[in-house]
Design a binder for this molecule. Structure first.
Ligand code: ZN
Ligand code: ZN
Length: 134
């Protein structure tokens, strides 16, 4: 299945296009993702590396642990990719870097044992919801 998804970083220097369909759409609550993004959790999807095509500049890679490299825009810093050496055929991409992230439906939370209380879906349900700032 092809979804013709595209995305990129905040400044637009790094752009990508995807063939095929994303799998494993998950909210990751691990400390590394939180630190890498500065956010309470990061939503990822998985795609075959062969189905990913970079346009413009490529992300800069940072080795966040022995077997993991994380890619980000060298200009604006947007977190874009996660790759584990044990799965060289697959690459994870930040769902919110898509042009149309609403086309994906997250399936799960992972690394829940490291989640922040205020970063959880349960906490959201107990709080007022602001459509914009507030
Ligand atoms: Zn950028
Ligand atoms: Zn993570």
């Amino acid at each position: 299945m092809t979804m013709n998804l595209a995305g990129g970083c905040l400044c637009g220097a790094v752009r990508y296009r995807l063939r095929g369909a994303p799998t494993h759409v998950t909210h990751c609550h691990c400390r590394s993702c939180r630190r890498a993004s500065g956010a309470a959790f990061v939503t990822w999807f998985t795609i075959k590396a062969s189905e990913l095509e970079w346009r413009g500049e490529k992300p800069t890679l940072y080795r966040s642990s022995a077997a993991v490299s994380r890619g980000f825009c060298p200009h604006c810093g947007t977190s874009l990719t996660y790759r584990h050496e044990s799965d060289p055929e697959e690459i994870d991409i930040t769902a919110a870097s898509l042009d149309e992230p609403e086309r994906l439906t997250p399936e799960s939370h992972c690394w829940w044992e490291q989640h922040l209380e205020w970063g959880s879906a349960a906490a959201q349900g107990a709080l007022p919801v602001h459509p914009r700032g507030g």
